[in-house]
Design a protein. Structure first.
Length: 411
């Protein structure tokens, strides 16, 4: 719970107006918990070594880029955030999550935070009514609310509602899903909605198999269909009240607004500038955090609205290649695990994959690497899945060994 609150405290902490920084508080509490676990189990599993080494190389490239940056103010600010906030988001999962139980608790913590924030946002949604405007905490941080709502929705649905081990809580999950879905659609943020929709479509499409003109799909699809029918009632009511007018308006004007930072035109301008910056320094980029100086001409922070272009423009092809290696390591590990039937049909495995897709797709159009640190957390989780599912892996190896022994005996 402390780790989940650390990752998402920026969504709501300013609205509480407390005399302490909640992000720092939850970081300290998580660190203490991590140190306690290291003391109890000092041994580091070899599964953790490769991704941590790759990330260390990435950090070294970031530090070296300081000497290449034309704007030290922006670079220093972004480097400090990367070291103090983003790095723990990546490293801590290797120590905190060693079992399914610990990982499930973390994901359910995110779902709980998402539900509470969505519940608190309902009053703001009612107050706004059918007017065009955003809904969010910290003076309207609608993107932060939508991000956690998108991830929370996936967790509540696949790890909660469809989990037979938690069926006695299905009514709670159903109510929570309704609240989070209304909050997501009413927030006014487009990409989290698109990301959740695409993640669901990709998952469904990859699960359907056609053989001999016969369509086969998982049994839980019937539950999904039934849930959508149930959710149509509150969603239709909210639509008639005008609570979704803002997001409908934003989708309608996506390709019509000129020059706005949130419009397609505004993003295109950033894409072109990021590409031009990369061409000027193909190998190492223009320096970590330098994009804002080039785009605004001041010391105001800004970003290309695409993680890959951000890395290309500021760290060059070397920086992007290092990050892609990290993604490849994560992809290979969950892909191999997905070949095991006991794993790929598991609610936890499905939830992690879909949640990662949501945060990854969101990073392609919104936020910089520091504001998308939840994505790095899920990259780490994908990397440690072999450790979490080691019992299933050992079981599969044992069955394979028995099969080979049997074949050898027959020969």
């Amino acid at each position: 719970m402390f780790f989940a609150l650390f990752l998402f405290s920026g969504v709501f902490k300013e609205s509480l107006e407390l005399p302490i920084d909640l992000t720092a508080l939850f970081l300290i509490l998580t660190t203490l918990s991590m140190l306690k676990r290291l003391y109890e189990r000092p041994k580091i599993n070899k599964v953790n070594i490769l991704p941590v080494i790759v990330f260390d190389i990435f950090i070294c490239l970031v530090l070296l880029s300081i000497f290449n940056s034309p704007n030290l103010v922006l670079t220093q600010d972004k480097v400090i955030k990367l070291l103090l906030l983003t790095t723990p988001a990546f490293v801590f999962p290797f120590i905190l999550f060693k079992t399914k139980k610990s990982l499930i608790r973390f994901l359910l913590s995110i779902a709980s935070i998402s539900t509470v924030l969505s519940l608190l946002s309902i009053s703001m949604i009612f107050q706004r009514g059918g007017d065009i405007g955003f809904v969010g905490f910290n003076d309207g941080n609608y993107q932060g609310l939508a991000r956690i709502a998108g991830v929370g929705l996936v967790i509540l649905f696949f790890l909660g509602l469809l989990n037979s081990n938690l069926k006695k809580y299905r009514l709670v999950f159903l109510v929570s899903i309704t609240l989070v879905l209304i909050s997501l659609l009413a927030s006014g943020s487009r990409m989290p909605i698109i990301a959740v929709g695409l993640a669901f479509i990709i998952t469904i499409a990859s699960s359907i198999k056609i053989k001999n003109w016969e369509v086969k799909y998982p049994k839980y699809y019937n539950k999904i269909f039934g849930l959508f029918i149930i959710l149509l009632i509150p969603l239709t009511w909210a639509y008639k009240q005008g609570y979704f007018n803002s997001i409908i308006f934003r989708f309608e004007t996506l390709f019509q607004s000129d020059g706005g930072g949130a419009s397609a035109t505004g993003r295109t301008e950033r894409f072109v500038l990021a590409y031009d910056m990369w061409k000027e320094n193909f190998m190492f980029g223009k320096g970590f955090g330098s994009f804002g100086g080039y785009y605004t001409g001041t010391t105001t922070h800004d970003y290309p609205h695409n993680l890959f272009l951000e890395l290309l423009s500021e760290l060059g092809i070397i920086g992007l290649f290092t990050f892609i290696i990290l993604l490849v390591v994560a992809f290979i590990r969950f892909y191999k695990l997905g070949k095991l039937k006991d794993v790929r049909n598991n609610n936890l495995f499905i939830t992690v994959i879909i949640a990662f897709l949501v945060v990854f797709m969101n990073s392609m159009v919104s936020g910089d690497i520091n504001s998308n640190r939840i994505m790095l957390t899920f990259i780490s989780i994908l990397c440690i899945l072999p450790l979490v599912y080691r019992k299933e892996i050992n079981k599969d190896r044992l069955q394979s060994d028995k099969l080979r022994t049997s074949e050898y005996s027959e020969k």
